[in-house]
Design a protein around this ligand. Structure first.
Ligand SMILES: Nc1ncnc2c1ncn2[C@@H]1O[C@H](COP(=O)(O)OP(=O)(O)O)[C@@H](O)[C@H]1O
Ligand SMILES: [Mg+2]
Length: 383
């Protein structure tokens, strides 16, 4: 899969951009705070329909855009997937403008036709590599569940809808548990929600359990190439009550919820289920988060992202677009080359870096200098 064109309007610090792209390695270089990450973020938005680092969608709209008419941030990616060309377009605008509103409305179109977010996720398959990825290894479990969610939403049909439904049922079940704890009532009301939550939990944990072996295998292989002599293992840790069989079917989840009902009523919330799942990482058998050095954690996070890309390629029958945001500068030249050789095999990788010298001798399809949200061709020194 590869992008052929990126079109942006009032997207963060980019006023207007029409950029043709080609397969292979494309470099965006330039000093800090010029818009390199913003470019990749726009592509990520088209791929996942989520913004990368923003709490409010409205932060995507260029400051000052409102002086020139109704403000709206627009990102459109044209790409080739299995030989067919698609354009995904996402428009974010304040609700009810010109009245001041902190809420954003989001419109999504595919080839000009309005679509729901859940229909669009994964049409453009992309993997985003960030310097913050080390948090996948060292941070709280929520980051790893998000990792699962995005990988599966982009590769399993209907998974995004399943996740939304699960979240909704979980909220309502938690509300009921709270009410029963605080005001009492008929506990049998829980049966209905148990059934719904069990069905969702089974679907989600089945998808996570199914993808983990391939993920672990690819991560171990990528890691071995980056750090010979060290072995990375990854395990899925489903949040099921102890003593319950590996919960990938709805009936064992239902049994688990019945079994835990007393405790959940006392807690006033749902204590088990995929919303509490985790992934564990070990290096040479030792927990990576507590035993690994920072460099080992970074290398493992990179291996995990490479594995994500490999799993996507297997499942989609085509490599995803790789978005590498400034991650290679952190590695020594040897590892940088190992990572690049991994990446060079895909159809397209877009890389950002403050230092184009890191890419001397690397065969780039194109290189751009990014300055204050504008691009100009970068002359490369040939090594
Ligand atoms: N909504 C916005 N309107 C205008 N500028 C923005 C907006 N959001 C972010 N920026 C600017 O974008 C720049 C950061 O861009 P970024 O892509 O993160 O830089 P880098 O080149 O370091 O990756 C900062 O100067 C920031 O002020
Ligand atoms: Mg950046």
């Amino acid at each position: 899969m590869y992008l052929t064109h990126l079109s942006l309007t009032d997207f963060r610090n980019i006023r207007r951009l029409e950029l043709d792209l080609q397969p292979g390695l494309v470099l965006f270089a330039g000093p800090n705070a010029q818009g390199k990450t913003n470019l990749l973020e726009a592509i990520y938005l088209c791929a996942t329909t989520r913004s990368l680092r923003t709490v409010s969608d409205l932060e995507l709209v260029r400051e000052g855009a409102e002086a020139e008419g109704p403000p709206a941030a627009r990102a459109a990616c044209t790409f080739v997937r299995h030989g067919d060309t698609f354009t995904v377009e996402v428009i974010v605008a304040p609700r009810g403008w010109p009245a001041v509103s902190s809420q954003a409305a989001r419109r999504i179109r595919v080839n000009g036709v309005p679509r729901r977010a859940t229909e669009v996720v994964g049409l453009l398959a992309a993997v985003f590599f960030s310097t913050l990825d080390v948090e996948l290894v060292t941070g709280p479990p929520a980051a790893r569940r998000r990792f699962f969610d995005l990988l599966l939403a982009q590769t399993v049909h209907g998974h995004a809808t399943e996740l939304n439904r699960y979240a909704r049922v979980l909220r309502q079940r938690n509300q009921l548990l709270r009410t029963l704890r605080e005001q009492g009532g008929d506990e049998a009301q829980l049966d209905y929600w148990d059934d719904l939550l069990a069905a969702g939990a089974a679907a989600i944990s089945t998808a996570r359990a199914a993808v983990t072996p391939a993920l672990a295998l690819h991560a171990a292989a990528a890691h071995a190439a980056l750090a010979p002599g060290e072995s990375l293992t990854i395990d899925y840790r489903p949040a099921a009550p102890s003593g319950v069989a590996p919960p990938t079917d709805a009936s064992s989840w239902r049994a688990a919820f019945r079994h835990e009902r007393r405790r959940e009523l006392a807690a006033g919330m749902t204590l088990h289920g995929p919303h509490r799942d985790d992934l564990s990482f070990a290096l040479n058998g030792r927990p990576l988060a507590s035993f690994g050095s920072r460099a080992q954690q970074r290398t493992s996070a990179l291996a995990l992202r490479l594995a994500e890309a490999a799993v996507m390629e297997e499942r989609l029958d085509e490599p995803p677009v790789l978005l590498l945001d400034d991650i290679l500068s952190e590695f020594d030249p040897e590892r940088r080359l190992a990572a690049l050789s991994h990446v060079a095999g895909v159809s397209q990788a877009l890389l950002t870096s403050p230092d184009p010298a890191h890419f001397a001798g690397v065969p780039l399809a194109a290189a751009w200098h990014v300055h204050a949200g504008t691009l100009r061709p970068l002359a490369l020194e040939r090594a």
